[in-house]
Design a protein around this ligand. Sequence first.
Ligand code: ZN
Length: 361
Amino acid sequence: MNVDKLRKKLSDWTDLEAPTGFEEPVLAAAKEALTPLCDSVSLDVRGNLYGELKGTNENAPRVMITAHADEIGFMVTSLTTDGFLRFTRLGGPTISVLPGQRVRLLPENHPPVEAVVGVKPGHILKGPEAQQVPRVEQMYLDAGAESEEQLREWGIETGTPAVFVGELISTSHPTRVFGKSIDNRAGWLAVLEVAERLSKERPQVDCVFVLTVEEEIGLRGAEVATKTADPDVVIAIDTVPAGGTPELDSETLPWTTGAGPLLKVRETSGLSTHGPLRTLFREVADEHQLPYQLIVDTAGITDATSAQQASGKIAALTLGLARRYSHSAVEMLDLDDLKTLIEWIDHGTRKINNHQQLKRL
Ligand SMILES: [Zn+2]
């Protein structure tokens, strides 16, 4: 697959603004993209999107391949009389990058409103204060309004969501890009590309491609989506904070951007990935000479952890993408990792053909 095409597609997905609980723009685009590839597409009331693709062997397991729709963001908690906004975080934007950051407010039925996180000028910061990041409760958004009334005219109210601003930027490196919401539009693009490949030549297994909501605030959508989809296998695709930068040595985060996709043995809390499924994917990677990194994730957690709890019959696995500067407006990804991940999921899904493969004993 052509990396330039992948870059363009990723850029279209990261341009969409869909903070947790406000995923509609991504759900709508994903529904449109999945419809021609699947036998049926549906949404539950919660917002989770399902695309069904019938396999060629009715005795084969049912496989759910999933990524989350939402991105981290912010939510207005109050308006001040002189036209500033207090806010809370949706999910976990990195607090230390917030002062001076551009954000975009997304009021209902009004055009988006540009804003910045206000920051005390360096000229007057003295002593320890100059070395410290303020608490989120001390921060505020400035949209350039003169008053609370003006903010209200622009449609801003308590509960208005906001996101980081930052289009996908190509670096001078042939395959590295940075931008906002690479977590998890890159994961979703992988699912979609796999759906396209599998729809052209169907695998033995029935597949359900699932785009979940509310991952960033506690893996919530995946729990209900898995109960609805009722799979035997869950493959969750997500991004993972990468090491390999000057402040993160190889003992803290041994996996790096550009060294292949990630196969998790375990994640921060909960999931230990399913042994037989892990072995199957490792064999597939070896067979097709795909580079990958085996990791014990001490820094993150994915939808596989909550999906695994939906029933005792589920074999769950997380495949990931190492990206730098997690939960900032400048997350950095290597598109080669994404390309390899797509091939890996495609080949791995085709290798699953009977329930015996999933038995631990
Ligand atoms: Zn994520």
